[in-house]
Each structure stands twice: as C-alpha cells, then as structure tokens.
Design a protein around this ligand. Structure first.
Ligand code: ZN
Length: 337
C-alpha cells in the first residue's frame, strides 16, 4: 500500500531495562538504544524516558517521525491491547491501570500498538525465528516465569479479554509448590528458572555430591538454574536427573496444550535454549507419551532462535503484523485510525 511509511519504532519495557529500536518494515534493526528502567520511579517518569529515547534513536539514524508507520510496544502484562491500559505487571511497580498507549500516542503523535511480551515474542519467533512458515504455533518462555503466546496464521490469539496463552498456570500438581499466581503446582512453579533452582536445592540438601554445588561455590543458597544446565552439559548425574524431571513436567504440560491447540511447532526460549537437546529430546519424548497420538504426530518442540534479539524484534513485529493484516483485509486496523 502506498500509504505505508518505511520505518518502525520498537519499544521493549522490561523490569530492569528499557530499549528503543528503529527498524525498517522488513524488520532490520537500524539502531538500538538501551537505558536502565529504574522501575521504582513509576510509569510517568519511565514513559518520559521512552519518549526521549524514541526521539534520540530516530535522530541517530536521521529519520523523521513523519516517516514512521507506528510504534510497537512489548511490555509485561496483564494489559488490554484495545484500550492500551497496563494492569500492574509484577516487574513494574506502580503501573496500576496505566494508560500506556494514550500517553505514548499523544506524545509521539503516531499510532501505538501495545502487547504483552510473551505474545509479542511469539509473534517475533513466528516472523523471524523458529516458527517461520508455520500456521499453528505456540511460543513458551522458560525464564523467571513461564509465559506463552499462541500465534495462528501470523496473528496473536488474544482470547476474550487478552488473557489467552497463560500456559505456565496450568495446574499439574494441586498440592504442589506455591506459584506466584496464588495457586499450587502450576507448571511455572515447577519449571521456571527459579523453580528449577528450588528443586535443585531440595535435591542437593539430601545429595550434596554434585558439580552443581561446586559451581555455586559450595553454597546451597547460591544454586541457580544456569549451574544445573552447565553441570548437565558436563554429565553430572544429579543435574541430568533435574533436567529429566523438568522435561517430564514440561512434556506433560505441552501435551495438554497440544491436545487442545493442535499446534505444529512449540517454540521454547531461555532455559530450553541453554540446555539444548539435553532438555528438548526428553521433553519431546514425554510430550509424545502424554499427548493423543494424532495431534502429537504433527507437533515438534524446538528451541527459540532469536535469543537476545527477541525483545527488539517483538515490538517491531507487532507493527509489521498489523501492516500485513491491513493489506490482507483491506480494512481499517490499529495503525490506520
Ligand atoms: Zn500459577
């Protein structure tokens, strides 16, 4: 369409860092700026920084705001993609029903699309990474939490009030460990980075003869998931047992999702990328054991491909997907309003 402008601003709002990028409409990142979030300052001060960063990033590449099609924003949820209001993300204190889209839109005077980071990350993996050319994709993060994004035909599946894709809060063990959401035994309470570390500490307390404890300097409280992964790569028996447990719970949880969604590709980030086949091979095996045979036949769990770039590309992908949808439907979309 001749009205499409050639540049996109991407904004990634994290609990510890803010990033703005300028990209072209192919998703090539032309410039990136990263500042600390300093989240205690609250939303207005953070948005002021983001506006300054957006202008700075544009001026560094010599692009005028008039040539920018829109701003994509990837932010922790919960949030409402229609109204652009953000509701108290755990990593952003003070963001209580904060009208992020309005604040950014009125300051930058261009259209803004906001999306929760797991959904936007899923869209980026579909567009540029491990999910390319696949129609039915599920993206799952395995970091501080277990987030998810469902991407169907290149569009995020949001559900009735933007709450779809909470894959980490399916309950596997009702009497299990407490989860951040208030329930017990969620997949996230078993397999997030901190949850794997907690299970590691529990096992090591009974069985201290492990490389994991050496890597943690002999201090049980210093055990982290990255030491588990590192020790597993070196063949440590306890570390391998922990990864097998993790693969078992993840395979079980993913089998539930495969039965419901019948996705072709499940893209897993973070811990799964670091552990590689040590985790993915048994996870695929357990998924096939627990899922029904017909949906399992077409399902494959694969590592995410974008690594550190996912946050930047997530925000950019939002605007590109909107342009694709606008071209496809020939109707008004978020960016043409
Ligand atoms: Zn939960």
């Amino acid at each position: 369409m001749n009205s499409i402008k050639p540049y996109i601003i991407g904004i990634d709002i994290g609990g510890t860092k803010l990033a703005t990028v300028v990209a072209d409409t192919e998703g090539t990142i032309l410039r990136k700026l990263r500042w600390p979030t300093d989240s205690q300052r609250g939303p207005d001060a953070i948005v002021d920084s983001l506006i300054e960063m957006a202008h700075l990033t544009l001026s560094e590449v010599g692009v005028n705001m008039a040539d920018v099609a829109g701003v994509g924003v990837s932010c922790g949820g919960p949030l409402d993609t229609e109204t652009g209001v953000v509701y108290s993300p755990p990593n952003l204190p003070g963001w209580d029903a904060y009208p992020l889209k309005d604040k950014l839109g009125s300051a930058l005077e261009i259209p803004v699309i906001i999306e929760n980071d797991a959904n936007a990350g899923g869209l980026a993996e579909w567009m540029f990474g491990a999910g390319q050319r696949c129609r039915y994709m599920l993206y799952m993060t395995m970091g501080t939490g277990i987030g998810g994004g469902i991407v169907i035909d290149g569009q995020i599946y949001h559900g009735a009030n933007d709450s779809a894709g909470e894959v980490g809060h399916q309950i596997l063990i009702p009497e299990g460990p407490l989860c951040g959401c208030g329930q017990r035994g969620c997949l996230e309470a078993l397999c997030s980075g901190p949850s794997i570390a907690r299970r590691a500490r529990e096992l090591i307390a009974h069985d201290p003869d492990t490389l994991i404890l050496e890597l943690a300097g002999g201090r049980l409280e210093s055990v982290r998931t990255e030491f588990v992964v590192q020790a597993a790569h070196e063949g440590d028996a306890l570390a391998l047992k922990l990864l097998d447990q993790t693969a078992y719970y993840m395979g079980w949880g993913i089998a539930n999702l495969v039965n419901i969604l019948n996705v072709e590709v499940i893209v897993l980030g973070t811990v799964a990328v670091a552990a590689g086949s040590l985790l993915l091979e048994p996870m695929n095996r357990y998924m096939r054991r627990f899922a029904m045979s017909r949906p399992a036949e077409v399902a494959q769990i694969v590592p995410a491909q974008l690594g550190e770039l996912v946050g930047d590309l997530a925000a950019v992908a939002l605007v590109i997907a909107d342009q694709i949808e606008r071209t496809r439907s020939g109707t008004n979309s978020t960016l043409s309003q």
